[in-house]
Ligand binder design. Structure first.
Ligand code: UDP
Length: 309
């Protein structure tokens, strides 16, 4: 397949590039580098089947030649990033989704929208199944990401229903691993950077809020399984092992052997109190489940951060 992948220079996008190229697909990697980095895809330069196009997909997207699939991952994706770039985030989720849907329609390609567990907001149903409609504050600070992705899902389904476009929608839950940006503000990267530097580990709130952390190799394998499947989705892709943020901090201290202390800071506005995917749908329609447990994933991620610090 020839795949156009937006957000290809980001954490998830670059890991997905590797997987697609390794299985013999060619990739047109598109990124405006607002949060992505050429360092994530530098090793792919000159590789057969790989091309890079620097472009903001919130503007008209042109890709020459035939295309079999368009995968739309581009967006600021960490709370820190989307709070700093609220308008760009809304634009890439809305205009960027519209433009990339138009590209897929023009090329007769399959369309893949990378959506998010943030469509569930601060969920009142636990664990979250795909049939849950969510609990999002549209005018809160996180609304810029949550509502952009909700709009993106609605737009994707409209192209599917009205234009007959072949579409897939994933909902990615918290994912971590090599190539996370050290300054992206996410909990896993923050805690690892702090533990390695011997500075205090910052926990927002009392640390009792939960997240379920998926290792990046499992995540991109799930996304490709959905791309290859006949299931429109949305399908949750995440690891259902749920931890409090305090438990995560203790695991990071344990794996790094760091003597950093833990400090408690203010909880961000609308921070979800719990999050855990129900992945029965992914198991039944994709035959997919994550393989990497938190401890093993942390070991690999910490080794990468230590080597790249
Ligand atoms: N968090 C934290 N310390 C940090 C960064 C984040 O305690 O240094 C918390 C944050 O408030 C949230 C959880 O960790 O409850 C996960 O945050 P992240 O930014 O990774 O992603 P989210 O799941 O909120 O989108």
């Amino acid at each position: 397949m020839r795949v156009v992948l937006t957000g290809a220079a980001g954490f998830l996008g670059s890991n997905l590039c590797d997987l697609l190229l390794d299985r013999g697909d060619s990739v047109v990697a598109v990124d405006n580098l607002c949060t992505g980095s050429m360092a994530n895809i530098g090793h792919l330069a000159g590789r057969d089947g790989f091309a890079f196009q620097r472009q903001d997909v919130s503007n008209f997207v042109h890709v020459a030649g035939p295309v079999d699939a368009v995968m739309h991952l581009a967006s600021p994706a960490s709370p820190k990033d989307y709070l700093e770039m609220p308008i760009q985030t809304l634009k890439v989720g809305s205009l960027g989704t519209h433009n990339t849907l138009g590209l897929a329609k023009d090329k007769g390609a399959r369309y893949f929208l990378a959506s998010t567990s943030e469509v569930y907001g601060d969920p009142q149903v636990h664990p979250q199944t795909e049939s849950y409609w969510g609990h999002v504050n549209p005018i809160g600070p996180r609304g810029v990401y949550d509502e952009a992705k909700r709009f993106a899902e609605a737009m994707t389904m409209a192209y599917h229903r009205a234009e007959g476009l072949d579409v897939r929608i994933s909902r990615t839950f918290n994912t971590y691993g090599p190539r996370m940006r050290p300054g992206d503000g996410r909990v896993v990267s923050n805690l690892i950077v702090q533990a390695l530097a011997g500075t205090p580990l910052t926990i927002y709130g009392d640390g009792s809020q939960t997240r379920s952390f998926c290792y990046v190799d499992d995540q991109v394998r799930g996304l490709v399984a959905l791309l290859d499947s006949h299931h429109v989705g949305p399908v949750n892709i995440g690891n259902p092992d749920e931890f409090t943020v305090l438990e995560l901090a203790e695991a990071v201290l344990d794996v790094t052997g760091s003597t950093s202390e833990i400090v408690f800071e203010a909880l961000p506005v609308d921070d979800p109190t719990q999050r855990c995917p129900d992945i029965s749908l992914a198991a039944s329609v994709l035959g997919w489940k994550p393989d990497v447990a938190l401890r093993e994933g942390l070991e690999r991620t910490i080794a990468w951060f230590a080597a790249h610090a």
